[in-house]
Every structure is written in C-alpha cells, then in structure tokens.
Write a protein that binds this ligand. Structure first.
Ligand code: AMP
Ligand code: ZN
Length: 483
C-alpha cells in the first residue's frame, strides 16, 4: 500500500511519489537556538521523527536535513522586531555564539531523551552564509530583488505564484505586519534577503557581501541549506503550521526564483500546534514549558512522547498535566505487558532475537494482522493514534503467540520509538523482590506436590493468581507470567 500524506500545497491527501525511486530528501525547519525548546517545538520534531521512521520502515533511504538558526531570526517572522539571538545574548551577558552553542546542546539533549533520531545532516546557519550569498546572487541575477535603506529585498510582485502554499489571495497580499511596517518595502510582504548594519547596529555576527557588510534574512538560510544538501528540487519539507503564511511561502518564492525550477518541494507537511490552556505556546511570549520542567515533575521524556503520539499531527493538541499523567500510566502498563510477554515467550522456549528483524514466518499468525493494520494507520497520513491502538490490540489479544506478539511490538516500535525492547529487559526495582518471592513459592509448591500436599500446592497457585501472577506447568517445570 502506498503512503499518503496531507500536502499543504494543494490541501489534499496525496500518494507519496519520490523524485528518485527508493530515496527521500526531507528538510525539516530546525530550532532558533536563543532559548530552550518548549514542549510545543518538540511536537514538531516528534512529527519529523515519525515521518522519517515511517519512511525508513518502508525501505526508503531518507536524507533528513535540519538547520540550526543561529543568526538572523527576528522576533516577528516578517522582518520586524528584535533579533532573537542578539537579544538573548545581551540578556544573558554572553556572546551570540556562546548562547547558540549552549542551546543547541540543550536541544539535542532534549531530542535524545525523547528518542528523536538525529537527522542525517544538521547544519548551522552561521556556517553556510557563503551558500546563502551565492543563492541571493542568483535571485538578484534573475531580477527578483531591489535594494532599499541598505537592505536587499525580495520583490514578490515579480513572482506571480507568491502565496500559493498559504492560499493567499491577491487582495490579501496586503500588510501582514502587526507591529511595525518597514517603509523600505514596496509591498508589505516583500522580505529581506540581506540586512546590512542599517537595520541593527549592534549585530554581533556580520559578513561581507556584494550588498555590504551585514547578515542574511531568516528565510534564505532554509532555502540555501536545503538546496545544498538535497538538491534544487526535493521531496518533503516540514515545519509547524505557523510557518505556512510567511516562512515557507517566502522559502518557495526565493528558491524557485533562484533556480527557475518548480516545484522546489513536492510535499509540504505541517504539524498543528500544541496549546496550553487554549492559548498559544511561544518562546517569545515567555512562560513556556520545557522538557526538563516535565522531568522535574517526575515524568519521563518518553511519557511526553507517548502523549504526543496520542494526537494526530494535524490536529491541535491541548497539553494538560492530567493528560500527561494519563500518558505516563498508559506507558507504564505498556511496559508491564511487554515485560510479561517477554517472560512468557522466554518460558516457552528459545525466541527470536528481540528487536531484530523478524522472519516473515513469525507474522504468519495473528500478530501479522495487527502489524499490517499498524502500517496501514501510518500509511494514512501518519495516524499515530490508530497505530498506538493497534499496538494495544496486539498486546491485549491473548490468542497471539507471545513470542510473535513481542516481535511484532518491537517492529512497531521502530516507528513509535518508545524503547519497548528496554521495557522487556528492564525489571522495575520493586519487581526484584517479587520475582524472588514468586520463585521461592514455585519451589515450595513443587516440594508440596512431591510430598502430595496438594492443598498447599493449590493454595500457592491461587494466592498468586489473586495477585495477578499465573503459574503454568509444563513437562520441564513451572513458569509464571503476569495476567
Ligand atoms: P522555532 O524554534 O520557534 O523556529 O520553532 C521550531 C519549530 O516548532 C517550528 O517548526 C515551529 O513551527 C514549531 N512550533 C512552534 N510552536 C509550536 C507549538 N506550540 N506546537 C507545535 N509546534 C510548534
Ligand atoms: Zn525554515
């Protein structure tokens, strides 16, 4: 079955057809490293992660590129406001590069804890200014720019399909800026490709360019770096829904203007927002939740991952402590079931290697039906809620052979990323005592049986059953499992 994705460009579900058979070039907008990522940002990266993992599970060779914005992102997307990096550095009394390094490390620490796979290429804007200048030169040579007040602007009137992604109508191509209007702009939606000192005298990082000493606009970095690593046309570009009207709209305009090739990107994937108390969560508004703040309250990073997977990426998701608690409990019982399965399958004889690629025969039974339904859910525009429901169905179904169920669950986890294999091996600390107790009772029961004290033997079996522990006798001895 093919994979369908909702393409923002055209607003419809479309079957994914890569430009090159078997390969996918995927660019996801990365963080602006002036502060910690908030948990809303992490929703965007989990979405990218699920997409990459799903594609890889389907056998595609995915090149996933992510930028690190360490220069040029103003507090408004439309060239207005302060420079986020400069402001943060001033507030912290550090250099811009120190701030960038600190928050880049913090970002990858968060993504690692959330089991988000590291992209194939991570590229910093400050290390690619030469590529940006080269791209701007092409845009200029193609006649899409003008200079005003020391900055170089992209002239949207020269690009007739401007706003296609955002479905902007011509009469809507009016002022979008809420805070300030840049008087240099011929059209309010024109945007800066290159700033010179004229805009920010205090800019710490500046480069020489044909337009003067200065620094690049935010949008150009994503065009320059994606083209550098994925080519002038590639398959998928992703980011949060907020990027549709300005950032991605501008990326398309300048990339297609520079190369003359259309479409620059075939599929645009946008995640909806995580919202707090029906409000927007944003870094610039202050008072946001970080992954560490969840961990400090006793949650595991994977509890939050599980919580996110419970919502479809294209639906707004409301964060609450209650739902996070629900996710924590669900993940705990998921781990318990996986552990019980591991014990049962170990007791049943030598199993396949956990986490390894299962031979097809393993899935000839009912486990294969669940796995197929799981894949189908992801094929349907990455429906993680339905995929999770299939995992639960598999684990709850007593008719599935435990070893097969375990292997199918591990296969599902290649996409879900919930570290189920670890859960199978790990035994919570309090369990160690329980295991010893059960084993002692099994030995006592065997001795009772030998002594023909069947009342005692049956008593042990039923008292364990009341505690959710089932004993299973076989010619080679007695094993136990959780009910
Ligand atoms: P930024 O670091 O602000 O550039 O944002 C990083 C990513 O997070 C972008 O793809 C944004 O669109 C996305 N994003 C920002 N806020 C949220 C939110 N509340 N929920 C989901 N995604 C978000
Ligand atoms: Zn971007």
């Amino acid at each position: 079955m093919p994979l369908t994705l909702f393409n923002t460009l055209g607003r419809e579900l479309q079957v994914l057809e890569p430009r090159e058979a078997g390969r996918i070039g995927f660019y996801g907008c990365g963080p602006t490293v002036y502060n910690y990522a908030h948990i809303g940002n992490l929703r965007a990266y989990v979405t990218h992660d699920i997409l990459t993992r799903t594609l890889r599970r389907r056998g595609y060779e995915v090149t996933h590129v992510m930028n690190i914005t360490d220069v040029g992102h103003l507090s408004g997307d439309n060239d207005e406001g302060d420079d986020k990096m400069v402001k943060s550095a001033e507030e912290r009394g550090k250099s811009v590069l120190e701030v960038a390094k600190f928050y880049t490390d913090a970002f990858f620490n968060d993504t690692e804890r959330m089991n988000i796979l590291r992209p194939t290429v991570v590229c910093k804007a400050t290390e690619h200014v030469g590529d940006m200048i080269a791209l701007i030169k092409k845009i200029e040579a193609a006649g899409f720019t003008y200079s005003a007040g020391g900055n170089l602007y992209f002239d949207i009137s020269k690009f007739p399909s401007y706003g296609e992604l955002a479905l902007l109508r011509l009469d809507e191509k009016k002022a979008v800026s809420r805070t300030e209007v840049d008087k240099n702009k011929r059209n309010p939606q024109d945007f800066v490709l290159w700033f010179t000192r004229s805009k920010f005298g205090n800019q710490a990082l500046v480069w020489d360019s044909p337009w003067g000493r200065g620094y690049p606009g935010w949008h150009i970095e994503c065009s320059a770096m994606s083209i550098k690593y994925l080519g002038e046309q590639f398959d998928i570009h992703a980011g949060g829904i907020d990027h549709v009207p300005i950032h991605h709209t501008n990326e398309i305009a300048q990339s297609e203007a520079a190369t003359g090739k259309k479409p620059w990107v075939r599929y645009w994937v946008h995640n909806e927002f995580l919202v707090l108390d029906k409000g927007k969560m944003s870094k610039s508004a202050g008072g946001f939740l970080t992954l560490q703040s969840l961990i400090d309250k006793g949650y595991d990073a994977l509890d939050y991952r599980y919580f996110l997977l419970g919502g479809h990426y294209r639906s707004q998701l409301q964060f609450s402590w209650d739902s996070l608690e629900g996710a924590k409990n669900a993940r705990k019982s998921l781990s318990d079931r996986i552990r019980a399965l591991a014990e049962r399958s170990a007791a049943a004889g030598p199993a396949e290697t956990p986490g390894g690629k299962a031979p097809d025969a393993v899935y000839a039974g009912k486990a294969g039906t669940y796995l197929a339904a799981f894949d189908k859910a992801l094929e349907d525009d990455l429906s993680t809620p339905r995929a999770l429901a299939e995992l639960w169905g598999l684990l709850r179904d007593a008719e599935v052979n435990p070893a097969e169920a375990l292997l199918a669950a591990f296969d599902m986890d290649r996409v879900l990323g919930l570290n189920l294999a670890e859960a199978a091996e790990a035994r919570p600390a309090e369990d160690q005592g329980l295991v010893q107790e059960i084993e002692a009772l099994i030995a006592e029961r065997a001795a009772a049986k030998k002594a023909k004290d069947f009342a005692r033997a049956d008593g042990i079996r039923s008292s364990l059953k009341e505690r959710g522990i089932i004993l299973e006798d076989s010619p080679v001895g007695t094993t136990w499992r959780r009910n």
